[in-house]
Design a binder for this molecule. Structure first.
Ligand code: SF4
Length: 306
């Protein structure tokens, strides 16, 4: 039985596969339209030029080599024997479909790889790409991760996201219409966004019928435009107690069936602030304690979905 007061991804994987399944991050060498000049050159303000979430991943290795390497490490550490290849940094649908197919197939061909997670931006999903993804949805355990960060256009412009919320909504609906499992990334604590706006995001995700959510704390990492804003004193970061309260409020408003892929991150080796977030397990424990103290659960305050 799930002892958590929310619906964790680890439990979903145990239900699907009967054991723990470990994610292996893969860098397939794709780019991002918000970096290569197609929609922008500087990227989102929180992203370094290695692409969001790229730390610890070896470029220069083939996809199969990266997966084999990840398997070796996890087998040694956790005695793991089932894996999901996670195409994480940059925009992993930003290429012609033949190239995408070759990349996904290379990862899936590695023994003991039981599924794929593909992370991308909503403006990198033309119809033929969604058709390709649906094929993988049918033949393996497949999730599409879509970066939203905020559904509020004012915030999206402020963080130089390079698309508005209408683009995200259209992409999310097209993906859902094909039955593909959809996980959406949101960031809490983005500059200029009110608490009410952040909590309104949960209701928007409920209405869209998303299958999963990844909640991130706003990190300031070295080498990002956000780091410059931080140095100039232009942004205010959340304290741990504020973040914990906010995430609990968010979870209470989220539909109970939505799978929680992440509740916080540690920012990686380039973390500049807030430094408390590096103690990821302490944050997760504080979240559990706060949900317990409130006697609340995920979805406890969600509005019924029509
Ligand atoms: S969409 Fe992702 S990879 Fe591209 S600039 Fe933004 S965070 Fe970085």
């Amino acid at each position: 039985m799930n002892a958590k007061r929310y619906n964790p991804f680890s439990e979903e994987l145990k239900k699907q596969f009967g054991c723990r399944v470990h994610r292996i991050s893969v860098d397939a060498g794709f780019s991002c339209p918000n970096r290569d000049g197609t929609v922008g050159v500087g990227g989102c303000i929180f992203c370094s030029d290695q692409g969001s979430g790229s730390f610890g991943i070896a470029r220069g290795m083939s996809i199969a080599e990266q997966v084999e390497h990840g398997k070796e490490v996890m087998t040694r550490k956790y005695k793991a024997h089932k894996f999901i290849a996670y195409f994480q940094p940059y925009s992993n649908t930003y290429a012609p479909t033949a190239q995408l197919r070759a990349a996904y197939d290379e990862a899936l061909a590695v023994p003991e790889v039981v599924g794929l997670i593909v992370g991308t931006r909503p403006d990198c999903l033309p119809a033929e790409t969604i058709t390709l993804l649906e094929e993988y949805h049918r033949k393996t355990y497949f999730w599409l991760e879509l970066g939203l960060q905020s559904p509020h256009d004012r915030t999206l412009a402020r963080i130089r996201r390079g698309h508005d919320s209408a683009v995200f909504m259209a992409a999310a609906r097209a993906v859902k219409a094909m039955g593909i499992r959809l996980c959406v990334h949101v960031i809490l604590g983005l500059p200029g966004e009110s608490r009410e706006e952040m909590l309104a995001t949960a209701a928007i995700l409920n209405d869209l019928g998303v299958d999963g959510v990844k909640i991130h704390l706003l990190h300031v990492n070295r080498g990002t435009p956000l780091a410059e804003m931080y140095a100039r004193g232009e942004i205010q970061l959340l304290e741990r107690v504020e973040y914990v309260g906010l995430v609990c409020d968010f979870l209470e408003r989220l539909h109970p069936d939505i799978i929680i892929h992440r509740l916080t991150g540690d920012g990686g080796r380039d973390l500049l602030a807030p430094l408390w977030s590096a103690a990821k397990f302490e944050v997760l424990n504080a979240l559990d304690d706060e949900m317990e103290r409130r006697g609340s659960r995920q979805g406890g305050r969600s509005q019924p979905v029509a």
